[in-house]
Design a protein around this ligand. Structure first.
Ligand SMILES: Nc1ncnc2c1ncn2[C@@H]1O[C@H](COP(=O)(O)OP(=O)(O)OP(=O)(O)O)[C@@H](O)[C@H]1O
Ligand SMILES: Nc1nc(=O)c2ncn([C@H]3C[C@H](O)[C@@H](CO)O3)c2[nH]1
Length: 276
């Protein structure tokens, strides 16, 4: 059967199979589904971006998409097609959320989740689709950490009230179910380090918006990561998340300038990707 015949067959089959498990079967047969999707998760400043760059340089068949922080720091530019004049001010939603969490957390979570949803819905680059080896699309965080780490934490800390939390969960579940396999992951890399280490790195990085962040906040986020990815005690609402493979890496190691540690980590990642 030629390529064209396969494409036509897939197209026709898609028209007849509309429920999500049938769709997943069909989706797995085309080019997109051969590309594995993995998110890097971890506490603030644990080193996700640093590790992501390491991955990007290590694997020809790996593509890393960074977290869209600059969009959150500059809402108007991220959402409009026109270039703003120098007189027009822009909103830094990240800063607004940290300065007044009760007022801005719900707005922040809608915007962060929407930007992550867009990222996860983008088709993989052609080089990954054409790859013969294990091709992997890596995301820095995901629509799942948006909910099961940050939004949940904000609710537990009182920054989201119960109405906002209920509304967030309702549209989050609806969208994940509607998009189905298109937003599913095949694995997670959890960069794990103590909140104290993250606090030191956060200070070293010196991002303006995070100046007021306290160790207590990183402690709460650490517990959320541990509950979701290690203890598995967080209640998740999507079947595919329940048995998702998780690679736990010791991010407390000073890998940034140590090629030996880097090589060891990359080797672990390669095995993990291969087995997905
Ligand atoms: N393994 C490491 N050892 C020592 N320093 C590190 C390590 N990884 C990252 N750093 C440093 O820690 C700081 C934070 O790293 P990075 O920006 O990669 O964190 P992040 O997890 O992406 O942060 P965020 O949660 O805000 O997205 C940076 O200054 C970086 O140089
Ligand atoms: N409240 C909240 N919800 C999120 O979904 C979320 N995702 C990231 N962040 C914060 C952490 C870093 O300061 C900075 C960059 O990761 O943005 C978030 N904060």
């Amino acid at each position: 059967m030629g390529f064209h015949t396969v494409t036509v067959a897939l197209h026709l089959t898609r028209r007849f199979f509309s429920n999500s498990s049938q769709c997943r079967l069909i989706h797995r047969m085309d080019g997109i589904s051969r590309v594995k999707r993995v998110s890097i998760e971890g506490n603030i400043a644990v080193g996700k971006s640093t590790f992501a760059k390491l991955l990007q340089n290590a694997g020809q068949n790996w593509e890393v998409t960074p977290e869209p922080v600059s969009k959150w720091q500059n809402v108007e530019e991220a959402t409009s097609q026109i270039v703003l004049s120098p007189q027009q001010t822009t909103s830094n939603l990240l800063q607004m959320m940290y300065q007044d969490p009760k007022r801005w957390s719900y707005t922040f979570q809608t915007f962060s989740c929407m930007s992550r949803m867009r990222t996860q819905l983008q088709p993989p680059p052609a080089k990954l689709m054409q790859s013969r080896d294990t091709a992997v699309q890596v995301y820095e965080r995901s629509i799942y950490s948006d909910r099961y780490i940050f939004a949940l934490n904000s609710f537990e800390l009182g920054a989201l009230n119960s109405t906002e939390w209920a509304v967030y969960q309702d549209w989050h579940s609806f969208l994940v179910e509607q998009f189905g396999p298109k937003v599913q992951l095949e694995g997670i890399i959890y960069l794990r380090a103590s909140p104290q280490v993250c606090m030191e790195r956060l200070g070293k990085r010196g991002r303006e918006e995070e100046r007021g962040l306290q160790l207590d906040y990183l402690d709460t986020l650490h517990v959320q990561h541990e509950n979701w990815l290690i203890n598995k005690s967080t209640k998740v609402h999507f079947d595919h998340l329940k048995n998702l493979p998780v690679l736990v890496l010791d991010a407390g190691l000073e890998f940034e300038k140590d090629p030996e540690v880097q090589a060891r980590l990359i080797k672990e990642v390669k095995i993990f990707f291969h087995d997905l």
